[in-house]
Design a protein around this ligand. Structure first.
Ligand code: URA
Length: 213
């Protein structure tokens, strides 16, 4: 489903929407949250990779030879933004086990409120890969925008973003800075509140994934 933001796709598949409601529910346990986030990100990976090119190769079934479709060697790299991004990495890897994984760590400077990079590890051939940045919540949009800027600096030419939930304010920031980067999400929620939480949202994704407070 398209959205008010031309580069943003909202995944309205019933399974995605059902799982999102389970994640939002405050009664969902840490264990349940982790499992559902993994299931949901597998489904979201299915959509974000929908246009990967295929080629035909000859294979032999037990009965006959045939031309069969196979991925055209498009190499993928998932890049979770630490720490909550790790919670939707495993589902992505369930869908594409051969993908490489880079990591980026950012924290918010308490004075400037700007994201500061504290960790970056990417595959050497990042420029040849389709890079999929994963972070459960796109709130102000600053972290995801900074991560994408850093990946562009490192040579990544094809980048997509997967977030479970986005705030409209954050999408305005992100899509203004990176109009060339498609975003896939399960929901554009109502707003960002004064404490930086997405409303209605699901709370702090990192705390809910790891049982911290
Ligand atoms: N990060 C979260 O985990 N939750 C929010 O609501 C906003 C940012």
């Amino acid at each position: 489903m398209t959205s008010a933001f031309p580069s943003v796709t909202v995944l309205d598949h019933p399974l995605v929407q059902h799982k999102l409601s389970l994640l939002r529910d405050r009664e969902t346990s840490t264990n349940g949250f982790r499992r559902i986030a993994r299931e949901m990100s597998l489904l979201m990976c299915y959509e974000v990779t929908r246009d990967l090119p295929l080629t035909m190769v000859e294979i032999e079934t037990p009965l006959e030879r045939m031309q069969a479709p196979q991925l055209l060697g498009k190499k993928l790299c998932f890049v979770p933004i630490l720490r909550a991004g790790n919670g939707i990495l495993d589902g992505m890897l369930d869908a594409v086990p051969v993908a490489r994984v880079g990591h980026i760590g950012l924290y918010r400077d308490p004075q400037t409120l700007e994201p500061v990079e504290y960790y970056l590890k990417l595959p050497d051939d990042i420029q040849e890969r389709l890079v999929i940045v994963v972070d459960p919540m796109l709130a102000t949009g600053h972290s995801v925008a900074a991560a994408v800027a850093r990946l562009k600096e490192a040579g990544a030419a094809q980048i997509r973003v997967v977030c479970l939930i986005c705030a409209p304010e954050g999408l305005t920031t992100f899509t203004t800075e990176h109009p060339d980067v498609p975003v896939f999400t399960a929901s554009i929620d109502r707003c960002l509140d004064d404490h930086g939480y997405i409303r209605p949202g699901l709370g702090d994704a990192g705390d809910r994934l790891y049982g911290t407070k």
